[in-house]
Design a protein around this ligand. Structure first.
Ligand SMILES: [Zn+2]
Length: 202
């Protein structure tokens, strides 16, 4: 995906900056246009190129296909379509002889679906330098625009048991498995749809 984007960026003369992926994730890529005003603060367009489907979905579960004017397949909705539309708009602007007034930076990140663990710092850094930030997430039901994200947090729970002889000292033992089973039920029970609060044990 990143190779493909790099070729697209170069084809319209964007200045390419490719940052090697960290922690086993793919590369992060940025394409910059200076803008005719040479202003310092410009427009940042952020898109992600990962999706949530297991490997193999594109060939078996939800094969990539075009039916009429629609493209189907894993990740077309979230968010390959959005990722491409913004860049396509820029290409059309150039094709029509235009040039953006403000500087434009397209930024494609590889690990949004797991919470942007390494790209977060680069996004924050670019966003601070931008006058406007556009995120090309897809519309929700009824064509609603996404203007914010639900907050999320991850916690790691560890239970430590105490071994004891099962025949003669059973009462001294403490089962980590039993404690974890109780915690799992308690945590799942904290989900409250009325308050839009959802917890998932994984
Ligand atoms: Zn998305």
């Amino acid at each position: 995906m990143v190779d493909h984007i790099e070729a697209e960026f170069k084809s319209v003369g964007l200045e390419v900056e490719r940052t090697p992926g960290e922690d086993g994730y793919g590369d992060l890529i940025r394409g910059r246009a200076q803008g005719s005003s040479r202003a310092n603060k410009g427009i940042l367009v952020v898109s992600h190129i990962d999706t949530v489907h297991p490997i193999g979905t594109s060939t078996s579960g939800n094969p990539i296909r075009i039916e009429g004017d629609n493209l189907y397949g894993p990740g077309t909705y979230d968010m390959k379509a959005g990722a491409y539309i913004a860049f396509y708009a820029y290409k059309q602007l150039l094709a029509a002889g235009g040039d953006p007034d403000l500087p434009v930076t397209f930024m494609y990140i590889p690990e949004e679906e797991v919470g942007s663990p390494y790209s977060r710092k680069y996004i924050a850094e670019e966003a601070r330098r931008a006058k406007y930030v556009l995120v090309t997430e897809p519309a929700r039901d009824g064509g609603k625009i996404v203007v914010q994200r639900k907050g999320s947090a991850r916690f790691k729970l560890t239970a430590t048991g105490r071994a004891a002889h099962s025949g003669s000292k059973h009462e001294y033992g403490r089962s980590a498995v039993l404690e974890m089973a109780k915690q799992i039920c308690d945590i799942e029970a904290l989900t409250d749809y009325d308050r839009a609060s959802r917890l998932t044990v994984a």
